[in-house]
Design a protein around this ligand. Structure first.
Ligand code: EPU
Length: 337
């Protein structure tokens, strides 16, 4: 482990923004992490996992700690379930493939989501009708102040749509070091009714899908809609889908009769932000080297050498336009730094 100086963060954020950090260190063990946290010389610290949910708008004056804790192990199992612990620095999709290759079910709908295992509980990642909370058993996290490891059980995490305790009360206080998942070994519970999964399986001529088939279908849908961050910089959905009062939605329907919605409660509905952004005319719009993705309006993209501030300003313009047109505030899902 070595603390490096003046390092470009471009390879460490999926938006591919080229800003630098004064100091940078990659930690591969808990002991290294504890040691780094104890150093008084670097009061300003930024924790980076897979860098898939961050927009960097300026150079970072301080120490970037890159979490590179690796390893996947089976903690316990019976005939129905297996408990698998994955360290925070494992790439999420590679972990999903490991589960699928072992025929462990529960995370197949979450195939191809960028980022690392350690970030998954923070924003309760979700796709195609499944969220991380559905298989999450617990996670270990180290306190940034006291350097002690604490275990968070599922009920401690207050999971909600793209939200958890780590974005609220525990924000900036802990670093997730590992996550333990409860996965099925047989009688897998398949989720195929969401979005276009069923039609994708039909197109693949699959009548009785396995978790392997579902993973393939999800990968194919994601590849057709979402840009590959290795080719076009992006951070997945830039905004959350807004939840609005049904009364407000009904009022909007008078002018926008094709506005889609999903039920949330007796009084609220969720509206796809992608639809609002498309309706506002931003879908596929390119402003030089950044813009809005052509196949999914919820995704902002860096075509190469874009500045984080340009993307931030575009996101504000989109928010203001949506507010003006629909009187709805769309909150950024991505962390802005
Ligand atoms: N839509 C449009 N235009 C667009 C995009 C979407 O009209 O350009 C409308 C359509 O009506 C479509 C609906 O929005 O049917 C839903 O679109 P999609 O299935 O692509 O899902 P989403 O709500 O836009 C969410 C997640 C994605 C996740 C997909 C699939 C959020 C913020 N995003 O997107 O997650 O992959 O569902 O489950 O909830 C991510 O978080 O980074 C992410 C990619």
């Amino acid at each position: 482990m070595q603390i490096q100086q003046n390092i470009s963060l471009k390879p460490f954020n999926t938006f591919g923004i080229d800003v630098s950090a004064n100091y940078f260190v990659s930690v591969s063990t808990i002991e290294e992490l504890k040691y780094i946290l104890s150093l008084k010389a670097y009061p300003n610290k930024l924790i980076l996992g897979g860098g898939s949910n961050i927009l960097l708008t300026k150079n970072f004056e301080g120490l970037v700690i890159h979490i590179n804790l690796k390893g996947i192990e089976i903690v316990s199992e019976d005939s129905d379930f297996v408990f698998v612990k994955a360290n925070a620095g494992e790439n999420w999709h590679e972990f999903v493939l490991w589960c699928i290759n072992n025929d462990f079910g529960g995370v197949e709908n979450l195939s191809l989501i960028p980022g690392n295992v350690g970030t998954t509980p923070i924003q309760n990642i979700g796709a195609y009708g499944v969220e991380i909370k559905d298989t999450f058993e617990s996670c270990d996290a180290i306190s940034i102040e006291k350097h002690a490891i604490k275990t968070f059980k599922k009920q401690d995490c207050h999971f909600d749509y793209r939200n958890s305790i780590f974005k609220n009360e525990a924000k900036g206080k802990y670093i997730v070091t590992s996550v333990t998942f409860k996965l099925t070994k047989q009688n897998h519970k398949l989720h195929i009714n969401y979005g276009t999964i069923a039609s994708e399986l039909d197109a693949m001529h699959i009548k009785n899908p396995t978790i392997q088939d579902i993973s393939k279908a999800v990968i194919s849908i994601r590849e057709s809609k979402l840009p590959n961050p290795k080719i076009i910089g992006n951070s997945g959905s830039f905004f959350k889908n807004p939840v609005v009062p049904i009364m407000h939605y009904n009022k909007l329907l008078q002018n926008f009769e094709d506005m889609p919605s999903y039920p949330v409660s007796n009084t609220e509905v969720k509206i796809p932000a992608g639809w609002l952004i498309e309706k506002a005319g931003f879908k596929g719009k390119r402003f030089g080297n950044y813009g809005v993705h052509k196949n999914q309006a919820l995704v902002l993209v860096n075509y190469g050498n874009a500045k984080g501030l340009d993307i931030l300003n575009l996101s504000i313009l989109i928010q203001e336009t949506i507010k003006r047109l629909f009187d709805i505030y769309i909150e950024a899902e991505v962390n802005i730094l």
